[in-house]
Design a protein around this ligand. Structure first.
Ligand SMILES: C[S@@+](CC[C@H](N)C(=O)[O-])C[C@H]1O[C@@H](n2cnc3c(N)ncnc32)[C@H](O)[C@@H]1O
Length: 242
């Protein structure tokens, strides 16, 4: 009887192995679906096995595998860092330690400490946030500025779109202010990619720009990542370009 659930050759098929979650009293259908997806997500299992704070950690790992962002000794700023997966990946890759921290993360959510990472609990859109990050870098320029920030959605598409565009723009202008020549900027953007004007601006300041959808980013998610590499330096954008 037990063989009934097995596919051909006695091996369970992926469908058979899927964990199904029954609806429970008081739980919304959307929550049940979310739980089922989490339980069946191989990245969630890998994140847990490897002590990663989030499955999102694999997105930046995959982006780094392709674009070689994190060099040993590089300084990294992580915007929208909670719960901390990206910071963990960056700290390990650049060799950051508590004695000599190279990674600074910011989020308005409280976070548990991460070895080698200076964490600020702060809304990045507040006026004094950029200066606090600059101070945390201890007077050094950054080599990578990365942003996985996204506001919670309101359900009103035009509003959500504007809010996301605003976050990406703020992150991009901050990156242009604090990056060392040769540095890189990575940011989560949505659906239509990066706003035309912003992309144009970034193309002036960076030698190359890409849109990347890492395999760990769910196919049904509208998110994609903008990667800008080879920062030219704040003032070195060529004649008449600014
Ligand atoms: C997708 S999560 C980041 C996950 C993270 N990369 C990781 O691997 O753990 C997005 C984060 O952005 C943060 N965020 C959104 N807007 C922000 C803002 N204005 N200032 C600071 N953090 C913000 C949210 O609180 C949330 O924790």
């Amino acid at each position: 009887m037990a063989d009934k659930a097995l596919g051909r050759g006695g091996r369970k098929s992926e469908k058979d192995l899927k964990i199904r979650v029954k609806t429970a009293k008081g739980r919304k259908v959307s929550s049940t679906k979310w739980l089922e997806r989490q339980l069946n997500d191989p990245y969630v299992a890998r994140a847990r096995a490897q002590g990663m704070r989030s499955r999102a950690a694999f997105k930046i790992k995959e982006i780094d595998d392709k674009h070689k962002l994190f060099k040993k000794g590089a300084r990294v700023v992580d915007l929208g860092a909670a719960p901390g997966g990206w910071s963990q990946v960056a700290a390990a890759a650049v060799g950051s330690t508590d004695a000599h921290p190279l990674v600074v993360g910011i989020d308005y959510l409280q976070m548990d400490p991460i070895p080698g990472v200076v964490l600020l609990q702060k809304d990045f859109t507040e006026d004094d946030a950029p200066q606090m990050l600059v101070d945390a870098l201890g007077g050094h320029k950054a080599d990578v500025v990365m942003s996985d920030m996204a506001w919670p959605t309101t359900g009103h598409r035009p509003t959500d779109h504007l809010r996301i565009v605003q976050l990406v723009e703020l992150a991009a202008y901050f990156a242009i202010d604090v990056l060392a020549p040769g540095g890189a900027f990575v940011a989560k953007v949505f659906q239509g990619g990066t706003e035309h004007e912003l992309l144009h601006h970034l193309k002036r300041h960076f030698r190359s720009t890409f849109h990347v959808k890492p395999p760990a980013s769910r196919q049904d998610s509208a998110e994609t990542y903008l990667v800008a590499k080879g920062f030219k330096g704040k003032d070195d954008v060529g004649d008449g370009e600014e």
